[in-house]
Structures are given as C-alpha cells and as structure tokens.
Design a binder for this molecule. Structure first.
Ligand SMILES: [Zn+2]
Ligand SMILES: [Zn+2]
Length: 337
C-alpha cells in the first residue's frame, strides 16, 4: 500500500508499506479522505519533532471505510466511519473525571502514533463513529474539526442572544461561528485573508475584514458593553493583545489557538472586568455526536469549506500552499483508489 512518511521539517516521502494487521479489538480501515489542519502545518515545519517520529505517518482528520472489523464490534465491511484519534490510559485523573481527551498520557493518532495518511490503517473499534449516509465523503472528513468547534462552543457556554467574537476565520473559526450561530448567538468573525473573508460572507457569516478597527466595531456592535464570549483562534500575538479589549464585564475568553511561545496578556483587564479565560482543546465523545448531528441535519454546512482535494502524492505541495496563506480554506487528501 501507499503511505506518506514524515522525514523531518519540510519533507514528506511517499513510499510503500505492508498493510497493517488489525489486533483483536481493532478494525482495518481503508482510508478515503484526510484533512490537513493547523496542527499538521506545525508538524510540517518541525515544531512537533518532540512528538512526531521520523518516518511517522500523520493525519488525524480521517474518513475511512471498514475493510475488516471483529463481528462483536457491530461494524460491517464497507461501512463509512470517522476516527476519534485519541488513545487514553483510562486510569489518570483526567480519564477518571470525564476529561479523557486531556489524559496525562494522551496519544494523538496522526501525531504521536500513526495516522491516516496511508491507504490502510488499524484503529481500535471504540474510536470509530458511523457516518450518516446523507453526508458526502468530503463533508464527513470535516467532522473532526466540527467536533473541535462543538467542544469550544459548549465549553464557553455560548447561549442564545450572546454576542460572540471569533478572532480568526480559518476552518475552525468558521465552524465555531456556525455552531455558535446555530445556538442563537450573534456572531462576528475577524479575518484578514481576502479569500476567507469572501468565503465567510458567502456562508452568511458577518466578517470584520482587514483595514477595520475590531475594537471600535465590537464597541459599537454591543452598545458599548463588549462581547459575551471571544474565541482566539489565530495563534498570533496581535490577537492576544486585542482580545482582552473586546470582552464585557465578567465575560469569557476561550483560547482555542496553539501559542507555541509565552506572550504578553493584559492582565489588568482581567482584574478590572473580572474576566474569565479558559483553554479549549480537542473533544469529548459527546462533541463528536453533536458534530455528526449538526452536519447530518444541515444545521452546519461543511461542503463549501473544502477548497480542494489532492492525491496523497501531493501532500507536500498541499502543505506548502496552505502555509503560504493563499486562497485556501480546507485542503483534503483523497486516498480513494
Ligand atoms: Zn486538526
Ligand atoms: Zn488517562
């Protein structure tokens, strides 16, 4: 079978590998689509070399079909599934208290352990969720990022009537906006990339684009109060400088982005307005179920977010294009034969 191997910063190698053998609690999957996301771009740039081994197979946003599964699992050959790409210990404090996705010994498939950028992949059957027939392959490949967004919105307790600001209108920011809107919130997204501004507008999402003063806009938009919830989804220091100025008294900031370096935060604002800041990472099983429900009912539209589909052989090119920040939203790798 074909697979893509990480060979260090800036390099993927396409090569042949043995089809893996499924263990007794595992299914053998035939991979169909794998999304490329911000985490993969960090891997590509070598930022996660302490986690991703040389020769490792990345890919954690996967749609596959069952090639073989144990009869007791209930999965049938040919059935389409998405993969919750986490391996947890089941015994640590996080696992015991309902937050297994924050397991102290968490392994992310496609980062720490082999992922979906290969034609066949073995995964524990308790990590698989069936895909409703109404979803296309492309849409189903977006369930993982939608589960992230569902988790972020749930954790921030967004409710009807809230004024929500999303800083960063990439795939996750766009999905957070759609999930929050679906809960009855008023939402605006701040985004600089003109291609993304246009795409968000087409999805009916209100955008504060380049050349506009976000703080002044939010001030006016909320009648001087400030936003109930601000999501930071960019990973940029400028967004962190801006975020504290956008929130109402006793409002909430949700840190969704990965900030690799410590950066200054206006802590005076936390004191003066009694703000709350929390991190928001990955997802629980209920967020996957919510994502499947939102997608299957059409409450969230996924297909327009897919900018392009590339064969596995073009993974490197896809990464390079995504890094240049050009006219892309979601890029999917298509492994279908
Ligand atoms: Zn991802
Ligand atoms: Zn654990």
């Amino acid at each position: 079978m074909r697979a893509s191997f990480y060979e260090g910063a800036g390099r993927f190698r396409i090569g042949a590998a043995e089809v893996p053998k499924a263990g007794h609690d595992e299914a053998l999957l035939r991979v169909r689509r794998v999304g490329i996301c911000g985490t993969d771009l960090h891997i590509f740039q070598g930022h996660l070399d302490h986690r991703v081994p040389r020769g490792g197979v990345i890919g954690h946003e996967t749609l596959a079909e069952i090639a073989e599964a144990p009869a007791a699992s209930g999965f049938r050959a040919g059935e389409r599934v998405v993969v919750e790409p986490l391996r947890v210990c089941g015994a640590c404090r996080a696992c015991r208290t309902g937050a297994a996705y924050l397991c102290y010994r968490l392994k992310v498939l496609g980062v720490d352990e082999p992922g979906g950028m290969q034609e066949f992949w073995t995964v524990a059957t308790d990590r698989l969720l069936s895909v409703p027939a109404t979803l296309s392959d492309d849409e189903a490949a977006m369930i993982e990022p939608l589960a992230v967004a569902a988790h972020d919105v749930r954790r921030a307790q967004v409710s009807a009537g809230d004024a929500v600001v999303v800083i960063g209108g990439g795939p996750i920011g766009a999905l957070i906006a759609m999930v929050a809107r679906q809960r009855g919130a008023r939402v605006i997204v701040s985004e600089l990339n003109p291609f993304r501004v246009e795409m968000l507008a087409k999805l009916g999402i209100d955008v504060v684009g380049p050349g506009r003063d976000l703080a002044a806009f939010v001030e006016e938009w909320t009648g001087g109060d400030g936003a109930d919830v601000v999501f930071e989804v960019t990973g940029n220091a400028a967004a962190v400088r801006a975020m504290t100025g956008l929130v109402r008294v006793q409002g909430t900031i949700s840190m969704v982005a990965i900030h690799a370096e410590p950066i200054p935060v206006d802590l005076y604002r936390f004191f003066a307005r009694e703000l709350t800041l929390h991190g928001s990472r990955l997802y629980a099983r209920q967020d996957w179920e919510e994502a499947l429900r939102l997608a299957a009912t059409g409450a969230v539209t996924l297909a327009p977010l897919v900018s392009r589909r590339l064969p596995l052989e073009s993974l490197q090119q896809g990464m390079e294009e995504a890094l240049r920040g050009g006219p892309v939203m979601k890029v999917l790798i298509d492994l279908a034969p």
